[in-house]
Design a protein around this ligand. Structure first.
Ligand code: ASP
Length: 307
């Protein structure tokens, strides 16, 4: 597929988490597997956009693909909480309606981002958690349910064992939280984010990735944003909403993301943001060693990077 197939601006950006990514930890083959995963998600989102999908649909498709990829900490491949289980969070936001929704503490929903989308489109609440969110999920036969073991991977098991030995909660070194922001052919923006959280988190902990304003935000007049990093600080700083306000006050996307990440750092946090506006300008900034990320758009070929 050529990126020049439409003269109207369209674009999708995805991330697979930011953190202490040491390039020499990966063999060239491992690095390529991560890049392939990111490129596949961006390409699926791009193909959907070119076929007329809304930004909300395309962002959801890209995030769903990353949830199914065991390399990343969302859906299959999610990290373990302190009791040895998984609790999954996700959120989506539509920039046209300026409406978003989040879900938290899921244990049997294969693709949490799809439940967040259903909550946005068909529900009457903004944030559903735990047993109530699972019961809400039961209402939608199209939503795939899986046994909790579906989310297990060997890498996350090893990271959990390390946690049990050290007793320290960690932002892990492999693929992390996933997210996408998109601009569709009609000029609308959307964002989606999904995570397994932090290894060793307390059961019941709600991440920024479930919270509109903290880990996800979209407004056609400013930008669409998805965050990754120390979620508890993103929640304290309401980082995505803050970044949106900076753009609203005239900052460029890069300036706004940088100021927001500086604010995060000043409060003990670290991480990254991906951002896009209705003209198709975009930014992917982080104050960590690296961020798994990829993009594709009407003016830019498919490209994935890690550091
Ligand atoms: N923000 C996520 C959380 O705190 C972690 C991440 O982005 O990797 O759960």
């Amino acid at each position: 597929m050529s990126s020049a197939q439409s003269s109207k601006p369209w674009k999708i950006l995805v991330h697979g988490g930011a953190g202490a990514i040491q390039p020499d930890r990966f063999s060239p083959e491992e690095k390529q597997t991560y890049l392939n995963g990111l490129e596949q998600a961006a390409q699926l989102g791009a193909e959907a956009l070119l076929q007329g999908a809304t930004a909300l649909q395309a962002a959801t498709i890209a995030v769903r693909d990353l949830e199914d990829n065991p390399l990343f900490n969302a859906g299959r491949g999610a990290v373990y909480h302190s009791q040895g289980g998984h609790e999954l969070d996700a959120s989506v936001m539509c920039g046209l309606q300026q409406k978003g929704a989040g879900v938290s503490g899921l244990t049997r929903v294969k693709n949490p981002v799809e439940l967040a989308l259903i909550l946005l489109e068909k529900g009457s609440h903004s944030l559903l958690a735990g047993g109530g969110a699972e019961s809400f999920a039961d209402r939608w036969p199209q939503l795939k349910r899986v046994p909790p073991e579906h989310f297990n991977t060997d890498l996350r098991k090893r990271q959990y064992q390390e946690f049990l030995q050290k007793g320290q909660m960690s932002l892990d070194h492999g693929g992390q939280t996933v997210g996408a922001v998109a601009l569709d052919l009609l000029g609308n923006l959307a964002a989606a984010t999904s995570t397994g959280g932090l290894t060793g988190k307390l059961p019941g902990r709600v991440s920024d990735s479930a919270i509109v304003g903290a880990g996800t935000y979209a407004d056609n007049q400013t930008c669409a944003l998805s965050a990754t990093g120390t979620g508890d600080v993103f929640i304290q700083r309401n980082s995505c909403f803050y970044t949106h306000l900076l753009v609203k006050s005239g900052a460029s996307l890069s300036e706004a993301c940088q100021t927001s990440l500086d604010d995060l750092k000043a409060h003990g946090g670290s991480g990254g943001l991906i951002a896009i506006n209705a003209r198709g300008n975009s930014a992917m900034l982080f104050n960590t060693q690296g961020m798994f990320r990829a993009q594709m758009g009407w003016d830019s070929p498919l490209q994935a990077e890690i550091v």
